[in-house]
Design a protein around this ligand. Structure first.
Ligand SMILES: [Zn+2]
Length: 249
């Protein structure tokens, strides 16, 4: 298991909750010393263009500081996906998040669709065919859903309201026989009982991580990676990420 991380992710690049001070540090404190950390590079404009329109890219570029950290987040997802292709699980401890970024617009603290850019890059290099994205964030990843429509990316987000049903829905989905070359996870932790969603326990994240690992081993040579999306209670965020990674590793 490798953690993809860059010190620039700590920068407060906007005034939204995903960009708030101390958020990445809260996760870092739990993971440091436990895992190997690797630094990503910036995503290239060519990488962004695989998913986004030039109009959208230019609109983010107007804020230089934001553009740099957003390119670094997309670069972090790319790095995490590349590590997964080498057969090792990985987690992109990145921000800004990405699942509300569509080809030509974005909202919800997102700017570029990190996970979709990473998968598009692998696909562009003919390294993968289909891919499956599990999104367990509290919010629907409309951007990822828009991008994946009609492509070989399948976007899956459980809909169950209760905690047991939510986990069971993931289990059921993974039991279906489907062809995918890599399993990617939009890992948002805002469904936690002490976060906005009030739904999942810390142990549930460990269980979900384990389900992802088992599904990847069964279906796609163990290739699996996750990237950070939401999660806003700094008091519990670190331990939720850690629990998920313990399952995923
Ligand atoms: Zn969310």
């Amino acid at each position: 298991m490798k953690i993809v991380y860059h010190a620039l992710y700590n920068e407060v690049y906007a005034s939204d909750p995903a960009a708030s001070a101390g958020r990445i540090e809260a996760i870092l404190r739990e993971l440091e010393g436990e895992y190997e950390f690797v630094e990503p590079g910036l995503a290239l404009e060519d990488d962004l263009r695989k998913v986004h329109t030039q109009f959208h890219i230019e609109s983010i570029k107007r804020d230089h500081r934001l553009y740099e950290v957003a390119c670094l987040a997309a670069g972090g997802a790319i790095k995490a996906a590349q590590i997964a292709m080498e057969g090792e699980a990985s987690f992109g401890l990145i921000r800004p998040p990405g699942h509300h970024a569509s080809p030509d617009h974005c909202w919800g603290f997102c700017f570029f669709n990190n996970i979709a850019i990473a998968l598009a890059k692998l696909r562009g290099e003919n390294l993968i065919e289909g891919s499956l994205i599990l999104d367990f964030d509290l919010h629907f990843g409309d951007g990822t859903s828009n991008i994946s429509a009609g492509s070989k990316i399948e976007y899956f987000q459980p809909q169950a309201q209760g905690r047991e049903g939510f986990v069971e829905e993931i289990e059921k989905r993974f039991q279906e026989e489907k062809d995918y070359s890599i399993l990617a996870v939009s890992a948002g932790f805002d469904r936690h009982i002490e976060d906005w969603g009030g739904q999942l326990t810390t142990d549930d994240y460990r269980t979900i991580g384990k389900l992802v690992k088992e599904a990847a081993e069964k279906s796609c040579k163990g290739r699996r990676f996750a990237v950070l999306e939401g999660g806003y209670n700094h008091d519990v965020l670190g331990r939720n990420v850690k629990a998920f990674l313990e399952g995923l590793d």
